[in-house]
Each structure stands twice: as C-alpha cells, then as structure tokens.
Design a protein around this ligand. Structure first.
Ligand SMILES: [Zn+2]
Length: 86
C-alpha cells in the first residue's frame, strides 16, 4: 500500500465525511478519514473554521469505539506516520 492510497486527498476526505453522516462509510474509509485529519494540517485548520469535518470525525469515532477497531486505527496510523516521515 503506497503512501498516496493511505493519505486520501482533501477532496476525498470531505466526501467520506458526507458518507459517514449517512452511515455509508466503510471502516477503512473512516480510518483513512481520521488519519487524514491527523496528518493534514490544512484540514485541521479547516475544521476550526468549518465544523463539518470535525463533527464527522466525532461521529466516526462514536461508531468505532470497540477495542479491535481502535487497534486497527492505531496500527494504520503508526504505519502511515512512518511512511510520511521517511
Ligand atoms: Zn486535507
């Protein structure tokens, strides 16, 4: 899996955000969305102005509270950060 596939574009992040609100997003999409906001400075700044994305992240976290899911998210994040920094 390449860095580009893990790190979705900002446009896709906002699309996945809409999917989360309609409960159409897959677990992997939610993980990637969370990852995106962690790694993407502009989206993080954007969430301070427009709360849509942050609301969406909250929702995706609420849907994703079981320990197995958190584990997957953490591993994916660790991997993505390593790719991002190398
Ligand atoms: Zn972004």
């Amino acid at each position: 899996m390449s860095r580009i596939r893990i790190f979705m574009p900002c446009e896709e992040a906002s699309q996945v955000c809409d999917k989360v609100q309609y409960k159409e997003a897959s677990l992997w999409e939610k993980i990637k969305l969370n990852l995106h906001v962690v790694l993407c400075m502009s989206c993080r700044k954007h969430t301070k102005v427009n709360t849509k994305l942050s609301e969406c992240i909250k929702k995706s976290n609420i849907d994703c509270l079981d320990p197995k899911c958190k584990e997957v998210m953490k591993k994916t994040l660790d991997k993505a950060l390593k790719n991002y920094q190398s």
